[in-house]
Each structure stands twice: as structure tokens, then as C-alpha cells.
Design a protein around this ligand. Structure first.
Ligand code: PMP
Length: 290
């Protein structure tokens, strides 16, 4: 059996899994989404992802016409059907089919799409040796215009930053807020270690409140580390002992330099490696079984 994709309560073969060109998700990026992982038939932080999906939807006044329980079941059913032990799950809700105008009132029903697939963002080597980051000119969207806490289908802000990094030979871009504070990377949150403190920017600055970020903060606290959400400047990055990124797809990625300025020893840091180990353990035991 080939891969099946869920669209509005029905399953389609990958090649037939299509949506209308009049869907406002396509026309305007009008929709919200989640990226979720399962490890050995355990879905990691499923409740948190479903909650964030509905919060994002609420943020754009998008009514999802199935309940959170039904959505959870749909995700689990799709994983079971596709017999995937380890998966990357893309859960999407769009404004649905309307006309060529912007007016969301013309879209009667939100579309729901669930794709279960695989993902590997970075090669294995990078997790051992660390990632080199570059900061880019494009600021993260200002929260007053489009709050990055809404995980919207419009990722152009992030894609433009990614292009800037790629253009100068880097894989990942670090974005600042419009006021010049450290925000996040194009698809990951950022942490620094300074002494026995683990510091990450607060969500109110205008970043996605990552679910991996929250998990890592909890792990850190459990290890007796002083975990803080604090505004960070470029200087704080340059003078940090360790730095790493977090995200569902990337998990925890050590950062060893920021625009050629070496972070710490230039190797993945001790606390970073410890957190990576503990995170792996958590993904093996914590999750919704299917
Ligand atoms: N920031 C951005 C912009 C993201 O797109 C993501 C998710 N890929 C993250 C942070 C990390 O969030 P999470 O840990 O919930 O995947």
C-alpha cells in the first residue's frame, strides 16, 4: 500500500492528494499548521501541538469544524493506516475554498490535511560537529503585524531569511527582531548557555513558542540548570559558552559559530550534549501510543 494522505476526512493516495486552486491556503497563505514527530509509535507532545494548532487558528479567526479529540484521532488513524513507526506529521488547516478575493467569509469550510512522512533536516554529522550560523538582515515579522506565535502558512518571512543565509554559503539564518534583539532561526528556536544558565528569548518578542523549546526548558530545570527567558543581544551570542537550536524536525542542533565568531570551544558544548541525550530519552518514553 502506498502512502495515504488525509484530506477532510478521506484518504487519498499521495499522487491523488490534491486541493483546490481556490483554497485560500494556496491563494493567500491563509491557514495554520503544525509539524509533529512520532518516535517508535509514540507521538511526541501531541496534545501541545493540537492545542497550538487551535490557538493559531483562533488567532486568525479560523474555525476548525472538528473537535480537538477528533483531530487527535485523525492524526493517530493516519499514522496507523500508513504503518509508520517513526514519522514527521504535517497537520494543516486552511481557510478553505473561496473566490479570488481575500474575504474569508466566502470560504465556507476550513480544509484539514494530514500528511505522514519522513524528515531529515540536517546530516548526522552536523549533530556531532555542530552548525555554523549566520545572522541575516531580514528581521522576524513584527508581532503587531503578524505575530510569529501564530504558526501561519505564510512562511515568506522565514524563507527570505533562509535565502539570505544560503546566498552567503550558510545553511541556517539567525533572525533578529525589528528592534535588534535575538529572535529565532528560520524554523528553530535558539538557546545560549552562559555559566550555569540556559537562556532563550521570551515569546513576547515575536517568536514561535516552540514545543521543543518548552521540552528542553523542562529538561534543563530537571538537570538543576537555571533556565531563563531573557532578551538577548548580539553581544550575548558572541560571548556565550554554548549555543544550540531546537525544533520538532531538527530536535537539538549544536551551534559552533555565529558569523565566523567561535562559540565556546568551537565544539558542541557539554550542557548541549547532555540536553541532547536527555531529549532522546524523553522521545523514547513520552508520547501518545498508536
Ligand atoms: N520557530 C519557527 C519559526 C518554526 O517554524 C519552528 C517549527 N519548525 C520552531 C521555531 C520550533 O518549534 P517546535 O519546537 O514547536 O517545532
Amino acid at each position: 500500500m502506498g502512502q495515504k494522505v488525509y484530506i477532510n476526512g478521506e484518504y487519498f493516495d499521495k499522487k491523488d492528494a490534491k486541493i483546490s486552486v481556490f483554497d485560500h491556503g494556496l491563494l493567500y497563505g491563509d491557514g495554520v499548521f503544525e509539524g509533529i514527530r512520532s518516535y517508535k509509535r509514540l507521538v511526541f507532545k501531541l496534545k501541545e501541538h493540537i492545542d497550538r494548532l487551535y490557538e493559531s487558528a483562533h488567532g486568525i479567526m479560523l474555525k476548525i469544524n472538528i473537535s480537538k479529540d477528533e483531530m487527535t484521532k485523525a492524526v493517530i488513524d493516519t499514522l496507523k493506516l500508513n504503518e509508520m513507526d517513526d514519522a514527521y506529521i504535517r497537520l494543516i488547516t486552511t481557510r478553505g475554498i473561496g473566490d479570488l478575493g481575500l474575504d474569508p467569509r466566502k470560504c465556507k469550510d476550513a480544509s484539514i490535511i494530514i500528511i505522514t512522512d519522513k524528515i531529515q533536516l540536517y546530516p548526522e554529522k552536523l549533530y556531532r560537529e555542530g552548525l555554523k550560523l549566520i545572522t541575516v538582515p531580514t528581521p522576524r515579522n513584527i508581532p503587531e503585524a503578524l505575530n510569529p506565535q501564530i504558526k501561519s502558512m505564510n512562511y515568506l518571512n522565514n524563507i527570505l531569511a533562509k535565502i539570505e543565509a544560503i546566498n552567503v554559503g550558510y545553511e541556517e539564518a539567525l533572525m533578529f527582531t525589528a528592534s535588534g534583539y535575538v529572535a529565532e532561526c528560520t524554523g528553530d528556536n535558539i538557546f545560549v548557555v552562559k555559566g550555569n544558565s540556559l537562556i532563550t528569548p521570551p515569546a513576547y518578542l515575536g517568536i514561535l513558542k516552540g514545543i521543543t523549546r518548552a521540552a528542553v526548558m523542562d529538561i534543563g530545570k530537571g538537570m538543576g540548570i537555571d533556565v531563563k527567558e531573557e532578551v538577548l543581544t548580539r553581544h550575548n551570542l558572541y560571548t556565550s559558552d554554548e549555543c544550540f537550536l531546537t525544533g520538532t524536525a531538527a530536535e537539538i542542533v549544536p551551534v559552533i559559530s555565529i558569523e565566523k565568531r567561535v562559540v565556546g570551544t568551537g565544539r558542541p558544548g557539554r550542557i548541549t550534549l547532555e540536553l541532547m541525550k536527555e531529549f532522546r530519552k524523553l522521545t523514547k518514553k513520552d508520547g501518545v501510543k498508536y
